[in-house]
Ligand binder design. Structure first.
Ligand code: MF3
Ligand code: CO
Ligand code: CO
Length: 276
C-alpha cells in the first residue's frame, strides 16, 4: 500500500513513502532548479563541434562550485562524473570522456545539483552544428512528449495519466518510449518514490497530491524501444542503434496543476533546429 507523509516527518533516506512538501521546500527547490537550468543555458554556447564531453563535465562541476552547489551524480553509486552526456544512440547515463563532438551529433546533457540540500534534476538536447532532419524531428517529438506529460499533472489524477500522455505523443509520431528508465520523486534525496513511468494507462500508478515533487524525463527512440547497458555498467544504448533523445524537468504539484522548477531563464530549453 502506498502512503504519503509530510516531508519533515520522514527520514532522509528512501522509504517508499511519498513525501508531501510545503511552501518552504518549494522555495528551496526553485533555487536549486534555477541554478541547474542556468547551467544548461550556459552550455548552449559551449556545445560545438570539436569540444569533448569531459570539457562539458568540467564546466558543470565548476559552474556548480561557483554557486555553492555540488553535482548529485558525483560518487552516486560509484559514478565518478558531474553530469551525464548521452550522444546519438546513447539513451541515457553516457559517461563524459575524450570523445569529440562532431557536426551532426545530438547530445543530451543531464545535470543534477544539490543546493542547500535540495536536488535539482534536468536535462536537454543540444544539436551539434548542423543536424539531420530525422534527428531534429526526434528532438521535437521528445520535447512534445515531456510537455504533454507535464500538462497531465494535477491533484487527483494518477501518475499513469502522465505516462499515457507521453506514450500517445510518441506513438502518434511513430516513435517509441524507452521502458527501462523512469522519472522519480526528488527533493532532499536524489531518487525517491514514486516512479513516474513514461508509458501506460491513466488508471496506473498512484494518485497525485499537492506538494509532491518529481521529475518527468522521457527517453524516446526513432526505432524500437529496447536498450542495453554497455560494459562500463552505465551507458544505456538503443539495441537497434537508432537515435534516442531525452528531456527532463523537475516539478512540484500545485492546487491546480504544477510548477516547473527547471524552466530555462533564457528560454533555451528547446532549441529550435528543424529547418522550416
Ligand atoms: N540524472 C539522472 C536522472 O535523471 C541520473 C544520473 S545518475 C548518474 O535520474 F549516476 F548516472 F549520474
Ligand atoms: Co537527470
Ligand atoms: Co531524473
Amino acid at each position: 500500500m502506498v502512503s504519503y507523509i509530510p516531508y519533515k516527518k520522514a527520514p532522509l533516506k528512501y522509504t517508499g513513502q511519498i513525501r508531501l512538501f510545503d511552501k518552504q521546500a518549494f522555495v528551496g527547490m526553485r533555487k536549486a532548479c534555477n541554478l541547474a537550468a542556468h547551467c544548461l543555458d550556459e552550455l548552449t554556447n559551449i556545445v560545438k563541434p570539436g569540444i569533448t564531453t569531459t570539457e562539458i563535465d568540467r564546466f558543470v562541476f565548476s559552474f556548480g562550485a561557483d554557486h555553492g552547489a555540488l553535482p548529485a551524480d558525483l560518487n552516486y553509486r560509484g559514478y565518478m562524473h558531474s553530469c551525464c552526456t548521452s550522444i546519438n544512440h546513447v539513451v541515457c547515463h553516457g559517461i563524459p570522456d575524450a570523445r569529440i563532438l562532431r557536426d551532426g551529433d545530438i547530445i543530451n546533457i543531464d545535470v543534477t545539483y544539490i543546493l542547500d540540500g535540495w536536488h535539482a534534476d534536468t536535462s536537454r538536447m543540444y544539436p551539434v552544428g548542423k543536424i539531420k532532419r530525422a534527428a531534429a524531428r526526434l528532438m521535437e517529438v521528445t520535447h512534445k512528449c515531456l510537455m504533454s506529460g507535464i500538462a497531465a499533472v494535477r491533484p487527483g489524477v494518477r501518475t499513469g495519466a502522465i505516462g499515457a500522455a507521453i506514450q500517445h505523443s510518441a506513438e502518434e509520431e511513430r516513435c517509441s518510449v524507452v521502458r527501462d528508465f523512469c522519472g522519480h520523486g526528488v527533493g532532499q534525496i536524489f531518487h525517491d518514490a514514486p516512479n513516474i513511468l513514461h508509458y501506460g494507462s491513466p488508471d496506473d500508478g498512484v494518485q497525485l497530491y499537492e506538494g509532491m515533487i518529481f521529475t518527468i524525463e522521457p527517453m524516446i527512440n526513432l526505432g524500437k524501444p529496447g536498450v542495453k547497458i554497455l560494459n562500463d555498467g552505465w551507458t544505456a544504448v538503443t539495441r537497434d542503434r537508432s537515435l534516442s533523445a531525452q528531456y527532463e524537468h523537475t516539478l512540484g504539484v500545485t492546487a491546480t496543476g504544477c510548477e516547473i522548477f527547471t524552466l530555462s531563464p533564457k528560454d533555451l530549453f528547446f532549441l529550435h533546429s528543424v529547418p522550416r
